[in-house]
Design a protein around this ligand. Structure first.
Ligand SMILES: *Cc1c(COP(=O)(O)O)cnc(C)c1O
Length: 483
């Protein structure tokens, strides 16, 4: 049983075995491609009004191209659906760079980070610390200290050890604090640190199903069933420097069925009820239920994720209903989408190199189409058996469809980008191909395996392109070498 809910590993659909070629290979399925993607008059793919052939000519290949309008519109969809942009926490681990941090700030979203490195990046781009939450199942003392020093919006605590260390950090700060500094008359060092408790509620969700269990066999959070979550509440309340502001749950990734979220929300509300019965004085402080991330996106035409507002409505209904039954004021609902915001708006463009036809026996053949990137810029196919959609991007073609597999340039037979697809028979060396929905967990997980420099990330909007992250160079790769 796959049992850790926080990574993007969950719920990937196994590579579908396509037995019949899709109709017109030139078509761009609206739900798979960025919102501004089109074919130009002469058939090339354009994103944000920019022809990918022009981007290739200027920047070389491969590259990621991020549709700014798509990214921002998905932020707005979530803000509208949940009624408060600040309760929408973009999960930075999906993809983060300074410009994206600035977009998130402009869209008034909050930001979740899960390491000191992500926190440092967000702060370096000027993101307000009080709209950042820090996650992680093994936060270092240095990471906790950096979060406290920055005045972070919330630390989502994940272990008894962490609660103790965090309380200690705040206490030592308070000892050092000048009596009359800080804002609002509260000495800076004495401001309590807002804390959420990560609760594992016994729900594990995957694309098309969820599993409800009474036990938890994974590294994240405090289990509800064992009483660990109750003990975590006790310890946070006992620590002077910590202020319990919310309960958090994250049940999986690439989820299409809201039923898993509903079950988790129900369990979280019942836990909140128990806490408030014992501690009615917390009613004005313990005000947020964070239901985590995991909303699925369409990687292929076979995927049908529910619209964000449908998901938001069912979550709000269940929380409201459960709270009314319990006679509680309805708390704020927070969510943490990563993939659902960053994923669909980015496309990877590669140049086609080696093409090989391989006999599979029984009259079947498969065409191996090699591209100038691979598992170093997209590990998800190798790691999770993820499915992707690929098209010929530098032109249209009416040649017959050929069963193909898009592979990279790395020294691994598992270096596969798109396991099963159809591409036109006249595909040739030098053509550009584009892989859709690569905005989440591709660049973020990129490596320099085989000393292949990481590709640039370009953004496009209103007919203009610019570089967000430049292409890595051989010099960059040797930067860490000691003399
Ligand atoms: C990974 C993660 C997310 C984001 O998941 P997506 O599938 O990208 O939406 C949100 N919250 C937590 C705690 C996570 O670990």
């Amino acid at each position: 049983m796959r049992a850790h809910p926080a990574g993007p590993r969950h719920g990937e659909i196994p590579a579908a075995h396509l037995d019949a070629p899709a109709g017109d290979l030139n078509l761009l399925d609206r739900k798979v491609w960025p919102r501004t993607a089109t074919r130009t008059g002469d058939g090339a793919l354009a994103v944000g009004g920019v022809d990918v052939r022009d981007l290739a000519a200027t920047h070389g290949t491969p590259f990621f191209v991020l549709d700014e309008a798509d990214f921002r519109s998905r932020c707005q969809d979530f803000a509208d659906a949940f009624g408060d942009a600040g309760q929408v926490h973009y999960a930075g681990k999906a993809f983060l760079c300074r410009e994206v941090v600035r977009w998130l700030d402009q869209e008034r979203l909050s930001l979740d980070v899960c390491s000191g490195g992500e926190l440092a990046l967000a702060l370096s781009a000027g993101f307000p610390a009080d709209r950042i939450a820090l996650h992680g199942s093994n936060k270092s003392t240095a990471e906790l200290r950096a979060a406290v020093d920055a005045g972070i919006g919330a630390v989502v605590v994940d272990s008894f050890d962490e609660i103790g260390r965090l309380a200690g950090i705040v206490e030592r700060r308070a000892d050092r604090a000048e009596p009359h500094t800080g804002n609002g008359g509260v000495p800076a060092g004495r401001r309590p640190v807002p804390v959420m408790i990560r609760v594992t509620v016994g729900v594990e969700a995957h694309t098309h199903e969820f599993i409800a269990t009474a036990h938890e066999d994974q590294k994240f959070g405090f289990s509800l069933a064992s009483g660990a979550a109750t003990e975590a509440v006790r310890r946070v309340l006992a620590a002077d420097g910590l202020r319990l502001v919310g309960l958090h749950s994250h049940i999986g990734s690439q989820i299409f069925d809201p039923a898993g979220f509903e079950l988790a929300a129900g369990r979280l509300v019942r836990f909140l009820t128990e806490i408030l019965e014992r501690h009615p004085e917390l009613a004005d402080v313990l005000r947020t239920l964070d239901l985590g991330g995991g909303l699925g996106i369409a990687y292929t035409s076979a995927d049908d994720p529910p619209p964000v507002d449908t998901m938001a409505k069912s979550l709000s209904e269940i929380v409201t209903r459960e709270c009314q039954l319990a006679g509680l004021p309805v708390p704020a609902i927070a969510v943490e989408p990563g993939r659902a915001i960053a994923g669909p708006g980015t496309v990877t463009v590669y140049e086609v190199g080696t093409i090989k036809d391989v006999e599979l026996g029984g009259g079947l053949a498969r065409r191996y189409v090699s591209v100038d990137g691979g598992m170093s810029d997209n590990i998800r196919t190798a790691l999770y058996d993820a499915d992707y959609t690929v098209v010929l991007a530098s032109r249209e073609s009416s040649a017959p469809a050929v069963r193909s597999r898009v592979v990279g340039k790395h020294c691994e037979s598992g270096d596969i980008v798109v396991r099963d697809c159809y591409l036109p028979a006249d595909l040739a060396v030098g053509d550009l191909v584009a892989v859709a929905a690569t905005g989440a967990y591709c660049y973020a997980m990129a490596s320099t395996y085989n000393r292949v420099p990481r590709p640039p990330v370009l953004s496009v909007a209103d007919g203009a392109g610019r570089v967000l992250l430049r292409r890595e160079t051989y010099d960059d790769l040797m930067r860490l070498e000691m003399p």
